[in-house]
Design a protein around this ligand. Structure first.
Ligand SMILES: Cc1cc2nc3c(=O)[nH]c(=O)nc-3n(C[C@H](O)[C@H](O)[C@H](O)COP(=O)(O)OP(=O)(O)OC[C@H]3O[C@@H](n4cnc5c(N)ncnc54)[C@H](O)[C@@H]3O)c2cc1C
Length: 502
């Protein structure tokens, strides 16, 4: 197939939950071409463990889900966006069930677990703690059932094409470095987050913030990029991947201990509080180690409820029913992203964003566990609605074609450098001096051809974190350890300084 020049009614970049959910609805209105840079099933979505939150339990209601989400967001959630999330969530769950999502049941009822910050059991889960696969499988089957959907794997979206005052499509690169372009009346970026910008990250290699960087280059506005959620309990074994040890283990009574077996933090505090405590233990003394300990919990519970964790650790020679698990905190989730309205519209005409790449306003300064899969389905569907309905006028006569970008992929050494700098200078605890140093070091990394999307993302995080002279949610500054009175968002756009505003 000659893919060098394509045309489609709609473009979706990314085959995670947000992209797939949108593609299903878009296919009812026209042709959908989905680009994904790896295998179709390679995404953060596939790694999601604990579950998807929705107020579907007997004693639950949308008001409680709303209150919990707002509380987690530390004053920066958009109330309208949260209302949409919690109100439309249960219907999205029904839809997923109709499409074949195999969520775990207890008898005839859905099995609902409880996670930190949720006042009710409301987490649907499945596949032994691999809930992402349950949702992706159902959506993928549904999307592929439509002849209007074409998914092109191993195809890297390099940049958005801006013509005149709108985004007209994307430039992509197939394996073998062949370049192409695809034109469409509406383009959705559903490229996920960018936690790979940190040395320690729970995310797969695909999470390099490409959509964030491409939107930035195209002139879109991004919001709250400094808010990165760190997960406190991630496997820290030489040679092993940074495998997430689900929060539910702490809910079950797991302890966090130092080398002497001493507990030093209430394990049920929020992710950022626990992350900071673990980080402090690890950095206070050279070679200090921290462990998650579940050996006091009945082995049959561990093997049954936490099969995925148990078997994964066993592969690395750890029997967690007996052995302590070495842990580190790691970057996990981007609360901020490309600013959208409640229908995924960005500040650029023709460009939409959904899922982790977007800043819809539902997470504020900190995400409530299991709300991101829900956000991906709810706002993926909403973005599709707007893409179908919006009528963008044709490109103006003065349209200016963007030239083909230079190679934006960083070399391996620069990548390591960027990740190390971001981890040290814009990580779990930050300070003005550290952030300035980090920026200086990032600016010394050559822009092209060795720079890349990660560099752009790293700079945005540093700049926004520097501008935010307070601590709030997941953003902690040692030099400003308390929240400011005003609840402001940070906004960043190419060629403009970071702006703090309502
Ligand atoms: C280990 C782990 C556990 C988690 N557990 C949970 C949980 O239990 N509950 C919960 O709510 N959330 C959880 N999360 C977060 C959640 O998985 C993600 O926020 C969510 O899946 C994001 O979905 P998405 O569709 O926006 O992006 P993703 O699922 O990340 O998909 C992005 C897609 O874009 C593609 N892509 C990226 N860049 C390009 C490019 N340049 N060109 C082409 N394609 C590109 C990728 O290949 C991928 O297909 C977890 C995350 C991790 C890492």
């Amino acid at each position: 197939m000659d893919t060098s020049r394509l045309k489609s009614d709609f473009i979706v970049v990314g085959s995670g939950i947000a992209g797939l959910r949108a593609a299903i609805d878009l296919a009812e209105a026209g042709t959908v071409t989905m680009f994904t840079k790896g295998q179709i099933t390679e995404s953060n979505s596939m790694y999601a463990q604990g579950g998807i939150a929705a107020a579907v339990g007997q004693n639950d209601d949308v008001d409680q889900h709303y209150a919990d989400t707002m509380a987690a967001g530390a004053g920066l959630c958009d109330p309208g966006a949260v209302r949409v999330l919690v109100h439309e969530g249960p219907a999205e769950i029904q839809r997923l069930l109709q499409w074949g999502a195999d969520f775990a049941k207890e008898g005839q009822s859905l099995s609902l677990s409880r996670e930190g910050g949720h006042s009710q059991p409301r987490i649907l889960h499945g596949n032994g703690g691999r809930t992402g696969t349950v949702v992706v499988d159902a959506l993928l089957a549904r999307a592929l059932a439509s002849t209007n959907v074409t998914i092109i794997p191993f195809t890297f979206c390099r940049d958005l094409i801006v013509e005149g005052d709108r985004v007209a499509g994307i430039q992509f690169e197939e394996s073998g470095n062949r370049l192409g372009r695809c034109d469409a009346k509406a383009t959705l970026i559903a490229t996920g987050g960018g936690s790979q910008v940190y040395r320690e990250s729970t995310n797969p290699e695909t999470a390099t913030g490409d959509g964030l960087a491409a939107a930035y280059r195209a002139g879109a506005e991004l919001r709250d990029m400094e808010f990165v959620q760190f997960h406190p309990t991630v496997l820290n074994l030489h040679g092993a991947s940074r495998f997430l040890l689900t929060e539910a283990l702490r809910g079950e009574g797991a302890h966090i201990v130092n080398e002497l077996g001493e507990r030093f933090i209430n394990e049920l505090l929020t992710r950022d509080e626990v992350s900071r405590a673990v980080f402090r233990q690890m950095t206070d003394r050279p070679n200090a180690k921290v462990f998650l300990d579940v050996a006091h919990i009945r082995p049959e519970i561990i093997r049954r409820k936490f099969r995925h964790v148990y078997t994964t650790c066993l592969q690395y020679g750890l029997d967690i029913t007996r052995d302590r698990i070495p842990i580190t905190p790691a970057a996990h989730y981007f609360m901020g992203g490309v600013r959208t309205d409640l229908y995924g519209r960005t500040s650029l005409r023709g460009l939409y964003a959904a899922g982790e790449v977007a800043s819809t306003g539902v997470h504020g300064a900190n995400r409530l566990a299991s709300n991101s899969l829900l956000e991906a389905v709810v706002f993926g569907g909403r973005a599709a609605h707007a893409m179908r309905e919006d009528d963008w006028s044709p490109v103006s006569a003065q349209a200016k074609n963007q030239s083909l970008p230079l190679d934006r992929r960083p070399d391996a050494a620069s990548l390591e450098q960027i990740r190390e700098i971001t981890w040290r200078c814009a990580g779990i605890t930050r300070s003005g001096d550290g952030l300035k140093q980090g920026l200086q070091r990032l600016n010394a990394i050559p822009q092209n051809p060795v720079s890349g999307n990660l560099l752009t993302v790293a700079r945005m995080i540093h700049e926004c974190a520097l501008a935010r002279t307070e601590s709030r949610g997941a953003h902690y500054r040692e030099d400003y350890p308390t929240p400011a009175a005003a609840r402001l968002h940070s906004y960043v756009r190419k060629d403009d300084p970071v702006r703090l505003s309502l």
